[in-house]
Ligand binder design. Structure first.
Ligand SMILES: C[S@@+](CC[C@H](N)C(=O)[O-])C[C@H]1O[C@@H](n2cnc3c(N)ncnc32)[C@H](O)[C@@H]1O
Length: 508
């Protein structure tokens, strides 16, 4: 090793990456055909967070040596961290063809499958690593975690225990153990595991979350709220997920235990985080549900961004029926004029569940979807249903839209609006004469108000109020049916599916 190389290696080990990079770049320029200099430059760029530059140098190294193990695994990992799973797979697989037992490549392939929620495949790759080396902590803990996601809780316990034998202070293993015991209804063991995890890390919100879930399940509401609160406050930079979890916990507490305890924590929450949009909306929904006329747009965006990845599977678990109801209304009501190319607008399209059902019925059409949540739109894009996807607030979008639509749907969207006057007025504006709007509302079973904000942060509506608004805005009711929309806990949530048509205006 030359003196310069030695100096660069020392700088790299001291984490002085820019200084080390200067030397490696000069060595690379003098000797561009030496594989190791490309790799060193790639490592420095990678350590400095400049992933595109790192990729370019690692690729140079693979051109010099197509089976360069270091470069292939580094490329796979960088692409994986960028969520570019196609490229991550390509490089890990190349490495695997050279060495079918390469643990880094197998783990990377397992992680890629896991991120795509392909848990069986993830397990297959982790198992291959485990079979070659049963003391690989990463393989064992990943297997425990994947078994948990597959709802194979006995196996998850088994592998979490194996992980603890290899690494006795593994907080992750204790959390998986605790969560699995909760599912297996071994509540004492669950509590013991989670309290043990706290001994190692009392600032890990996920431990408090799991404890809170345990106490909620065993109806120890005071403890559930206190541990839920700890999950929120134990990190300085509170993750939005923790706020969302806590908001839902308070709402479930109102539902199952009563308002007083939930209100006490809602006040504390609001006092501590007065500037957090999620907190002010969710806490206000619990403390004072009279003053809000619509859901806060930041709140809607953040909760749906957080749920987007699991939205379709979660809603299928809740027996979500809105897309089928809307689809049936389209079949029964929508008279497609002969040869007409339908312009269809899906408001609050989410991941595209309604759009997909409707498109399969109307056929030849141009489909526009509008939603606030970028991540929901990303899921919608993957369904290849929409010709145009717009990230915008619905009222804002309708206000500025100059196109007209033959058909508009809004499935389970108006539950984020209280006052519907503006949105219905604008829908009427963008419908063609004779065009139809099909939408759902959740029924207000609590009082006779036009709309009412529930502690869940969702609005419920009085159907007479909605029908009056439709009429006032030139929309004739075609049908209204009371239907189950989805489940919430043990309850079935009922609502109305409404079809209305724009009066044909006759020019004089
Ligand atoms: C419960 S999801 C329903 C999604 C879809 N319609 C379906 O039936 O699967 C409600 C969607 O409405 C969107 N949304 C709620 N209020 C909105 C607003 N004011 N502007 C745009 N999108 C909104 C949310 O982001 C979310 O994706």
């Amino acid at each position: 090793m030359s003196n310069l190389e030695q100096k660069a290696a020392v700088l790299y080990n001291e984490k002085k990456y820019p200084e080390a990079l200067d030397i490696y770049l000069s060595l690379y320029q003098k000797s561009p055909k030496t594989e190791k200099y490309s790799i060193f430059c790639g490592s420095c760029f990678d350590a400095m967070g400049e992933s595109d530059q790192a990729i370019s140098y690692y690729k140079k190294a693979t051109r010099l040596n197509p089976v360069s193990e270091t470069s292939l695994i580094a490329l796979s990992n960088i692409y994986y961290n960028k969520a570019d799973y196609e490229n991550a797979f390509k490089f890990a697989y190349r490495l695997l063809r050279k060495n079918p037992n390469n643990a880094s490549a197998l783990l990377c392939l397992g992680n890629i499958a896991y991120c795509k929620a392909d848990y069986e495949n993830a397990l297959h790759y982790y198992e291959l690593v485990y079979k070659n080396n049963n003391s690989s902590y990463i393989a064992v803990i990943n297997m425990a975690n994947t078994y948990y996601d597959l709802a194979r809780y006995v196996k998850a316990v088994d592998f979490a225990k194996k992980a603890l034998k290899i690494y006795p202070s593994s907080v992750d293993a204790y959390i998986i153990l605790g969560n699995s015991y909760i599912e297996l209804e071994k509540h004492e063991k669950a509590e013991k595991s989670l309290l043990r995890a706290l001994e190692f890390r009392d600032d890990n919100p996920w431990i408090y979350n799991a404890l809170s879930r345990l106490y909620q399940k065993t109806e120890k509401w005071e403890s559930a709220l206190e541990t839920g609160w700890n999950a929120v406050i134990c990190t300085n930079n509170t993750h939005q997920d923790q706020h969302i979890n806590f908001g839902y916990l308070l709402y479930e507490c109102v539902d199952e235990k009563g308002k007083e305890l939930a209100e006490r924590y809602a006040k504390k929450w609001l006092n501590r985080y007065p500037d957090e949009k999620i907190v002010s909306y969710m806490a206000t929904a619990i403390l004072d549900n009279e003053s809000l006329k619509s859901a806060d747009t930041d709140y809607v965006k953040q909760i749906f961004d957080a749920f987007a990845g699991d939205f379709d599977s979660t809603l299928s678990g809740l027996e979500y029926q809105v897309p089928e109801h809307i689809g049936k209304c389209v079949k029964d009501n929508y008279k497609k004029p002969f040869y007409k190319y339908i312009k269809y607008l899906d408001l609050g399209c989410g991941t595209g569940l309604c759009g997909k059902t409707v498109k399969s019925i109307i056929g030849w059409s141009h489909v526009t979807g509008v939603d606030l949540s970028e991540k929901m739109l990303l899921q919608a894009k993957r369904k290849y249903v929409y010709d145009r996807l717009v990230m915008d607030e619905i009222v804002n979008f309708l206000n500025t839209e100059d196109k007209k639509y033959h058909l508009i749907t809004a499935g389970d969207v108006f539950t984020y609006f209280g006052d519907l006057q503006k949105v219905i007025n604008l829908i009427a504006k963008v419908l063609t004469d004779g065009g139809q709007v099909i939408f759902t509302i959740s029924s207000n079973y609590i009082n006779s108000d036009d709309y009412h904000l529930t502690p869940s942060g969702r609005f419920i509506h009085n159907s007479d109020y909605v029908l009056k608004l439709l009429k006032k805005n030139g929309l004739k009711k075609n049908s209204i049916e009371r239907k189950p929309l989805r489940n919430e806990g043990d309850r079935v949530i009922y609502g109305f599916v409404i079809v209305a048509e724009k009066f044909i205006t006759i020019e004089k």
